[in-house]
Structure formats: C-alpha cells, structure tokens
Design a protein around this ligand. Structure first.
Ligand SMILES: CC(C)(COP(=O)(O)OP(=O)(O)OC[C@H]1O[C@@H](n2cnc3c(N)ncnc32)[C@H](O)[C@@H]1OP(=O)(O)O)[C@@H](O)C(=O)NCCC(=O)NCCS
Length: 145
C-alpha cells in the first residue's frame, strides 16, 4: 500500500466509484440498493416582503434533518416557527419521511418550542459543537405505506 496516494477530490470524480461500491455494501447491509439521494430545502417566512424567519435542512432515506430554524426576535411566539415547520412537513410529504430530527442544546428556549410540537429526546451528543453538550430531538411522522 506504499503506492497509494490520498488526494482531495470533486464529487463528480468519485461519483461512479461511490455509486457502485456503496450499492454492493447496501445490498449486504440492508438487503437492497438504497436511494440515498439527499434533497435539501431552504424556506423563508415573509412579512410585508421582509424576511422574518428561515429554515434549512435536507431529507434523506426517510429522515428530515433540520439544520437551522430561526425567527426574528420581534416575531417570536406568534406562530411563525410552527408555520415554517408545517411548511417543511408539507413540502417533504412526497418523499414520505418517517422522522424529523435536529440537534440542539437542552438549555435553549427552542427546546420548549420543539417539545410543544411533539419532539422527544433521542440521545446525547456530549462535547459536540464548540465542545458543548447537545441533544438529539426527534419526532416520528405518519407514513403512507
Ligand atoms: C425556536 C423558534 C424558531 C420558535 O419560533 P416561534 O415563531 O417563536 O414559535 P411559535 O410561535 O410557532 O411557537 C409554537 C409553539 O411553541 C411554543 N413556544 C415557542 N417558543 C417558546 C418558548 N421560548 N418557551 C415556551 N414555549 C415556546 C409557543 O408557545 C407555541 O405553543 P402553542 O402552539 O401552544 O401556542 C424561535 O424561538 C427562535 O428563532 N429561536 C432562536 C433560534 C433557535 O434557537 N432555533 C432553534 C435552533 S435548534
């Protein structure tokens, strides 16, 4: 293995290798070829044409990962966060997700918002972003099949 060189690569360069090699691995591990295609989303909440909230994330293999969700300070507790969440769930329906999840800190006010919407703690991420303790919150969704 002395002749092996590790180099940075573009996604395009590794695409065919990954597709074929992971396919075999997935058949071994899941008993089928898996569609791992990720579909990302970006939503904004507008009030009189001005952005007052936003959300970003992605859906992959039935799991919505909510990367970031924020509402302008002066517009909080007026239902905007819930409206954004409803939009994400509505938009993702054709992908038939069974779960939505995110990382947050238990000390954040946002936890009350998520718990209000039915999210529950699924795990701990000690020493995570900025060496702080994060938690995993998740909610299970109705699936059509
Ligand atoms: C978390 C956040 C997006 C919530 O948005 P929001 O527009 O204020 O939330 P909503 O008004 O839609 O609230 C929905 C429900 O959650 C409750 N809720 C929201 N924030 C709450 C808080 N700080 N404390 C207690 N309950 C809260 C609301 O009372 C409401 O309950 P109801 O349906 O019984 O009335 C917003 O507080 C925020 O931007 N926080 C800073 C960024 C952040 O921490 N994002 C999450 C990162 S993981």
């Amino acid at each position: 293995m002395e002749k092996v060189i590790i180099e940075e690569s573009s996604q395009e360069e590794i695409h065919n290798f990954d597709f074929q090699t992971w396919r075999e691995e997935d058949i071994d591990n899941y008993g089928e070829a898996v569609g791992w295609k990720e579909k990302s989303f970006v939503f904004k909440a507008l009030l009189d044409g001005k952005i007052i909230g936003s959300a970003t994330g992605a859906v992959q293999a039935g799991v919505i990962f909510l990367d970031a969700l924020i509402v302008a300070r002066e517009c909080r507790k007026m239902g905007v966060g819930k409206m954004i969440m409803d939009k994400i769930l509505d938009w993702s329906k054709p992908l038939n997700p069974h779960k939505i999840m995110l990382f947050t800190m238990s000390s954040w006010q946002a936890c009350k918002f998520y718990r209000q919407l039915g999210f529950k703690k699924e795990g701990d991420l000690p020493n995570h972003y900025l060496k702080r303790p994060f938690i995993i919150l998740a909610k299970y969704l109705k699936v059509t099949e």
